[in-house]
Design a protein around this ligand. Structure first.
Ligand code: ADP
Ligand code: VHF
Length: 385
């Protein structure tokens, strides 16, 4: 182990990962769990922590989505049968998750970094209020310099309401924090024209510019001989579709060697599935495309001009509030003539905005008894239509 060397080294990823400010790395069970001992593979995890630390030194923020709770817990509990009931799988994950986190925390601590456990369910990324809460927490973890380590909250979900595999969880998590790049580390170095374990003629595909039905048809199921993987290439392509719709590119790469992110930087093969738009454009298109805005605010002419020059919306420019909406809802922004100029995600609910409209931001706390910041809609959460 060369922790001292790791403290100065930097890691230069290939394009377009190089440009990504925020990366999400998904790590499958087969990588973190040693197949022979059934325990966390600390050497491999230490190498990953060194790679992540090197990227953080370049100013990048890295979120890890780590599988392995079920596999670690099964071995620890001696649940060796191949067909476990759901409650047994959940019990195994409950036992394995703290062991998984202990291993991650240990290897990051050696480098002076802190980790944070983030357990998500599908509802957390589908229900707006929970989505906002999860996003705010992870943003704060990044600000604090922590490495968020995400997994599905396996103990509380049932088959019908789970993501089911961490490839799709990772894509949703990447979308949640507006990652520009999702890296899926696998037991294979990318997408092939067919499953190369079954078809020796299969060819590697280095770049997918457009994820269409032909590409989807190439992706088959998991390599079941390895014993712990779940999704196969099909869930990786499904993940790439989710990530792509949020402007996030997906890289599928082989992860079993020590320091797989460094390997990417030194020429290892991978498949890049390029997103069709940028994260910001995808987010703004999503806001602009809100089917039924939850309400409206009417602005004076000065506020409309301020928004058009790139400013955020302050309470002082609002003259009327229509409808009943909550913090986090998408609403319409109208001029006094009733013309819709933009849509945006509000930081305050309708009744709160009624109390603070027309007033300077410094009065928000006195009027509401708390403050969620000076702006009603931040410019990053606003799309002109
Ligand atoms: N078109 C394809 N290209 C590459 N791998 C494929 C393809 N179709 C099916 N696969 C299988 O998907 C496996 C990777 O998925 P999986 O075993 O779930 O990995 P992980 O545990 O890393 O998520 C490969 O080992 C391969 O056998
Ligand atoms: N949440 C589960 C991971 C499920 C999963 O997708 O595993 P894998 O196919 O190894 O990435 C666990 O930690 O065991």
């Amino acid at each position: 182990m060369t922790v001292m060397a790791a403290k100065t080294e930097v890691l230069t990823l290939p394009e377009p990962l190089l440009k990504a400010r925020r990366l999400t790395v998904k790590i499958g069970s087969a990588l973190v769990v040693n197949a022979e001992t059934g325990e966390a593979d600390i050497d491999w995890m230490r190498g990953m922590a060194q790679d992540v630390a090197a990227l953080m030194r370049e100013g990048k923020q890295v979120m890890i989505v780590s599988s392995g709770a079920g596999a670690l817990g099964r071995r620890y509990l001696g649940l060796t049968g191949s067909r476990l009931r759901l409650d047994q799988k959940q019990a195994a994950a409950a036992v394995g998750q703290p062991r998984l986190m202990q291993a991650w925390e240990g290897v990051f601590n050696e480098l002076g970094l802190k980790t944070a456990q983030v357990l998500l369910t599908r509802e957390d990324t589908e229900k707006r209020r929970r989505w906002l809460n999860a996003r705010a927490t992870i943003e704060t973890l990044f600000d604090l310099g922590c490495v968020p380590i995400v997994n599905e909250n396996d103990t509380v979900v049932t088959e019908e309401i789970r993501y089911g595999d961490n490839d799709r969880l990772a894509a949703r998590a990447a979308q949640l924090v507006q990652s520009e790049a999702l890296i899926l580390l696998s037991d294979i170095d990318g997408l092939y024209t067919a499953d190369p374990r079954k078809n020796p003629e299969a060819r590697h595909i280095p770049l997918v510019e457009k994820l269409d039905a032909d590409i989807e048809a190439m992706a088959g199921g998991a390599n079941t001989s390895a014993g712990v993987g779940t999704g196969g290439m099909a869930t990786k392509i499904a993940a790439a579709r989710i990530a792509g719709s949020a402007g996030c590119s997906t890289t599928i790469a082989y992860g079993a060697m020590l320091r797989p992110l460094s390997a990417l930087g030194s020429g290892a093969k991978f498949t890049l599935i390029r997103a069709q738009s940028s994260v910001t454009a995808a987010y703004k298109a999503w806001i602009a495309g809100t089917v039924v805005p939850a309400g409206e605010v009417v602005l004076d002419d000065g506020a409309v001009a301020a928004l058009k020059s790139g400013k955020s919306l302050l309470p002082s420019g609002i003259v009327e509030v229509h409808g009943s909406f909550d913090k986090g809802d998408s609403i319409s922004i109208l001029g006094v003539n009733g013309c819709e100029h933009a849509r945006g995600i509000v930081a305050y609910g309708a009744d709160e905005i009624r109390l603070i409209k027309g007033r300077p931001s410094k009065e928000i706390e006195g009027l509401l008894g708390y403050t969620a910041g000076d702006v009603i809609i931040h410019r990053d959460n606003m799309a002109f239509i």
